[in-house]
Unconditional design. Sequence first.
Length: 229
Amino acid sequence: MRHGVEAVLLDMDGTQLVTEPRNRRVHETTAQKYGGHIDKSDWNFLAGTSDRIIWNHLKSKFNHFAIGEDDYVAEIENGYLTDTHGVILRPGMTEIFQRAADRGLIVATVTNSPRKVTDVSLRAHGIESRMHLVLTKDDVLAAGLKTKPSPDPYLLAARTLGVDIAYCLIFEDSKNGARSGVAALAGTNGHGGVIQIIDQGDESQYEPTAHAHVRSKDELVAACYKFIP
């Protein structure tokens, strides 16, 4: 019988990198430009989804939203690539990467972001070289699967790595991302779990089915060490 975690699967935006303020700013600015508006309450269910889901929300809410889906997605991607102000490596991630390396674990990024944005973001913060796999929205869709909150991205990552999902430790920040990880682990009996990072003042993203919830660097590192002793 196998014991312990074999792979660490990490979301990128809001998890490895503190990008949510940038992401929301880009979407809010673009929405206003074309006759839409994203309220703070909208992010309660839009956070952790895809750019296309956000466009569909805006299109259904604002009848005269004046930009097509593909053009909106392209403009958002360009905004991510040009607006890098304030994007930083989340405190505690360095310790997580080191713990995984010390234990010889497989490490992968599993994100709803497109390939171009993902590669630029990981490379800019020196993360890319730590990854055994970087699975993006583009890869999931190319496989004919659904993005988060579907479990498909994490199940696909585990299959690609040749690891049983039951032995994967998943790090997420958004409710939709945590639900994706929990659904992927449903029915398993391994040593994995979902650690959800809750940013201060953003309890709206709390997902009760996650296996652990952390709200500070110390809590994040402690949870990692608990699952990876």
